[in-house]
Design a protein around this ligand. Structure first.
Ligand SMILES: [Zn+2]
Ligand SMILES: [Zn+2]
Length: 275
């Protein structure tokens, strides 16, 4: 049985991963500790923003932890070692000379993880893990929540700088000029980091929707009847997103939790449409 959680001992990946938490926690410190508590601790506006930002940071950190510590979809070496008689048909399978195993055609080897991973997309140093079949949804969620946090942070800090200019003294601990420097630094951080994660999120979504094209051509005969008069392309995209996120309900796609083990959701053939 494969382990559900693991940690890659890769110095580069661990450093980038820690840097992500430094960025997130510094932004949280400035938003809450430098702006909201000194300036707005008695207003509903401040409390509401504080709660929303805390929820967003929580979702960013949970989705990052899940993406980095989850099994991305390691191909099991049980039952399909070269030397053993494979329990599966070799038809449609490829071999990995490094792992010495049979694997599905959509699996690829990662030199950093030193394993073959099903539906491997790439190895991301920011999460210190490969992006594969089982953790892609957490990776997309991390990019999604971080994009929202960055947009939120930019708007909130710029608004605060306009409402509370640098001559207003609001705290003995933090001078007005220090508050402005911190705010400007986080705005720049949010612009750079936000553009980066937003671009990656778009790339991930594009990869999911473009894989529908291949699926459509490979299985067009068997699925043709299912898609007649139902907006074929839209259904295919929805189907692919359901596979990645493990649920049919798009609301549940937002939660960084594993629904697969508890779900009796079938993705095979007509079952998908008959349930
Ligand atoms: Zn391999
Ligand atoms: Zn990897």
């Amino acid at each position: 049985m494969l382990k559900r959680f693991h940690l890659n001992i890769d110095p580069v990946g661990l450093s980038f991963s820690c840097l992500t938490y430094v960025f997130l926690l510094y932004a949280y410190y400035v938003l809450i500790g430098v702006v909201i508590i000194p300036l707005m601790n008695e207003s509903i506006y401040g409390c509401l923003n504080g709660v929303l930002l805390t929820i967003l940071i929580f979702l960013c950190i949970i989705s990052h932890l899940k993406a980095s510590l989850s099994n991305p979809g390691y191909v099991s070496i049980l039952n399909n070692k070269y030397n053993d008689k494979p329990q599966i048909s070799q038809e449609g399978y490829t071999t990995c000379s490094k792992c010495e195993i049979y694997r599905t055609a959509d699996s690829h080897h990662c030199g950093i993880c030193r394993k073959c991973i099903k539906k491997r997309h790439h190895h991301c140093p920011w999460i210190n893990n490969c992006i594969g079949e089982l953790n892609q949804k957490y990776f997309i969620q991390f990019n999604f929540y971080t994009s929202i946090l960055c947009i939120y942070g930019i708007i909130f800090l710029m608004t605060s700088l306009i409402i509370y200019p640098d001559e207003i003294q609001t705290s003995n601990r933090i001078s007005p000029s220090a508050r402005v420097y911190h705010s400007v630094f986080v705005i720049v951080e949010c612009i750079v980091f936000g553009l980066f994660v937003f671009a990656i999120m778009c790339e991930q979504i594009t990869s999911i929707t473009s894989s529908c094209v291949g699926q459509k051509s490979n299985h067009s005969e068997t699925r043709k009847s299912c898609f007649d008069n139902l907006g074929e392309n839209l259904k295919l995209k929805y189907f692919q997103f359901c596979q990645v996120f493990g649920q049919k309900n798009p609301i549940l796609w937002l939660f960084p939790f594993d629904f697969r083990s508890n779900s009796n959701f079938k993705f095979q053939g007509n079952n998908f449409f008959s349930v």
